[in-house]
Design a binder for this molecule. Structure first.
Ligand code: LAC
Length: 221
């Protein structure tokens, strides 16, 4: 394997690190707001893809926040909305990410992010996490205006890295994203950050791992 593409949200960056700000703003309901927000964000990406109504991931994330607050009967004033959206730009990075990416890079692999996020969101998160020097490319679906799991999205890896698809692996903690990548012909690795069981979509991971740091011995060429 010569290169690896990484999903961003949930895989490198902890989307639930917004929960503490949610809790601060809405005591007792922060956890539920964070959970609903993420679930709705993904649903809107899938629904908009099916509707043929692309709106970038920043917009989708904001719509999902507004919906989630309304559904929980929370009064989301503009300042709180801005603060929560801003927090998406500097999510916590999982502790295995930096050492894992560093070891892969030292092993000679080319590393990229392939995410639903807009280029601006992704660059901000990467900069905030301090992992920019470890990445060769930050690839956003915004270039094809389709969300995962469209095969057009996963095909971006081979074209951006100018490399044969057979030499590229894809890493995600998102169960459905792993199936999308495998279905599109990539070797897929599932970082099982939660206790979820594998999806019944028919295109599971080649390997199930616990952390980015598990990858180097599995991908050395
Ligand atoms: C991403 C979403 C799936 O980063 O979390 O593409």
């Amino acid at each position: 394997m010569n290169a690896l593409g990484f999903d961003a949200y949930g895989t490198l960056f902890d989307v639930f690190s917004v929960a503490s700000l949610c809790e601060q703003l809405f005591p007792g309901q922060g956890h539920q707001l964070a959970q609903t927000w993420r679930r709705k964000q993904l649903e809107y990406s899938w629904l908009r893809s099916l509707m043929g109504r692309y709106r970038d991931f920043w917009g989708v994330t904001e719509d999902a926040l507004v919906y989630s607050a309304k559904s929980l009967n929370l009064r989301l004033i503009p300042e709180a909305r801005d603060q929560l959206m801003e927090s998406y730009q500097h999510l916590a990075v999982f502790p295995d990410v930096e050492p894992g990416l560093r070891a892969l890079k030292e092993g000679g692999l080319r590393l990229a992010i392939l995410s639903n996020g807009t280029p601006r969101m992704l660059h901000a998160a990467v900069e905030s996490a301090g992992i920019g020097d470890l990445l060769d490319a930050i690839i956003s679906v915004d270039a094809v205006k389709k969300f995962k799991p469209s095969p057009l999205v996963y095909a971006q890896l081979a074209s951006a890295l100018k490399m044969d698809q057979g030499k590229i692996g894809f890493v995600s903690s998102n169960n459905w994203d792993v199936n999308g990548a495998a279905s599109a012909g990539l070797t897929a690795f599932w970082i099982r950050r939660s206790k979820e069981v594998p999806e019944e979509l028919g295109y599971g991971a080649t390997r199930v791992i616990e952390a980015v740091t598990d990858l180097p011995p599995l991908v050395s060429s």
